[in-house]
Design a protein around this ligand. Structure first.
Ligand code: PLP
Length: 364
């Protein structure tokens, strides 16, 4: 962690989103606001059609393709409206009236995606972990082979669960990867589409990445409003209208950083090491317990509670005083959530683990 200024020591940011970005990225992004690469202009005031920003967008798309090893079957676009707009854009573009799409309900985000899809076609919710407050990923599900797509949420930001294996199916998977994109390698051939809001693991809020297999488009009979049609944004290279210039720039910087770290495979190794450090402490510490079923634990959002809930507030305060912020759990789970995305350092996690250990010494 770098020290930003003498009286403003950088904190350890465990927030779920908007979330931590690499210190180097923030530094570079700040420079671009003041004077973009010596042009005498801030990136904030530059044309989205100028050669500077066109180069940024091209590099961002190229980095996405390279880091995820995408074939030419896939298009990459940067959209607006958040991951939440993808909940309706996916079925609007891909599911005709009378056709069936399958969903797995693994939490609040999946539930919202299911609700929107019902406006457009038949929706089959194949499985749900709702009855146990979404603390596991349903497995061994039967997937009808005639489904248009299977929608999954790869990482459940609120509950701290994550798919570690994909269901075995030939149905194209449409995946909300908002909170674990670029955290590990993926088998791209399984996916008809991937989308992710930037503000968890890729950049600041304001843009949403969509990776779309070409054959998923152009099949529905309904009219699609121009701005909501994926083909519009593909044809116009994410610049049909003014794209979110600055968020895309910061995403590009983060992707550059990711590549310099060794790409998604190196990231996965680092993320596994970081998560093990924290989960091992949760399991060993007499005061804490994990919230999610062990085999489905997320490497990105670590959810845990205090066995004696009356100590929760005291620990949150202790953590805050030590510079660990954003640890309060989502209201639907309670306790704590440590979001340890790509940019979280092992050092940051060690600080938290040390706090948990000293808290246990005090209270046992
Ligand atoms: C945060 C989040 C969303 C919502 O993203 P917005 O960009 O705010 O619409 C959707 N899905 C998942 C898995 C998330 O973590």
């Amino acid at each position: 962690m770098s020290t930003m200024t003498a009286n403003n020591v950088k904190k350890y940011n465990f927030s779920a989103g908007p979330a931590i970005l690499p210190a180097e990225v923030i530094e570079e992004a700040a420079k671009a606001v003041a004077n973009y690469q010596g042009t005498g202009l801030s990136l904030l005031e530059m044309s989205h059609r100028g050669k500077e920003f066109v180069a940024v967008l091209d590099e961002a798309v190229a980095l996405v393709k390279e880091l995820l090893n995408l074939s030419d079957d896939y298009e990459v676009v940067f959209l607006t409206g958040g991951a939440s707009s993808q909940f309706f854009m996916v079925p609007l573009n891909m599911l005709d009236a009378g056709e069936t799409a399958c969903y797995v309900d693994t939490g609040a985000w999946s539930t919202k995606a299911i609700k929107e899809a019902k406006h457009y076609g038949e929706v089959k919710t194949l499985a749900s972990s709702k009855d146990s407050n979404f603390n596991f990923i349903p497995k061994s599900i039967e997937i009808p082979s005639d489904a248009k797509y299977l929608h999954l949420t790869s990482n459940n930001t609120i509950y701290g669960t994550q798919y570690h294996d994909l269901p075995d199916t030939n149905v194209p998977i449409v995946c909300d990867m908002s909170s674990d994109i670029f955290s590990r390698p993926i088998s791209i051939e399984k996916y008809g589409m991937i989308y992710a809001g930037a503000q968890k693991n890729m950049g600041p809020a304001g843009t949403t990445l969509a990776i779309i297999r070409k054959d998923m488009l152009g099949k529905v009979s309904r009219a699609i409003p121009t701005m909501l049609n994926y083909q519009t944004h593909i044809d116009k290279g994410s610049s049909f209208n003014t794209p979110p210039v600055y968020p895309i720039y910061v995403c590009m910087l983060t992707l550059r950083w990711l590549k310099a770290q060794g790409g998604v495979k190196a990231m996965q190794a680092h993320n596994e090491e970081k998560a093990a450090l924290l989960y091992n402490e949760i399991d060993a510490n007499p005061l804490f317990e994990g919230a999610a079923k062990k085999e489905d634990r997320s490497l990105m959002n670590v959810t845990f509670t205090m066995k004696d809930d009356s100590l929760t507030g005291e620990f949150l305060q202790l953590a805050e005083d030590a510079g660990c912020v954003g640890l309060k759990g989502h209201r639907s789970v309670g306790g704590f959530r440590a979001s340890i995305y790509n940019a979280m350092t092992k050092e940051g996690i060690q600080v938290l683990v040390n706090l948990m250990q000293s808290f246990a010494k005090k209270h046992t």
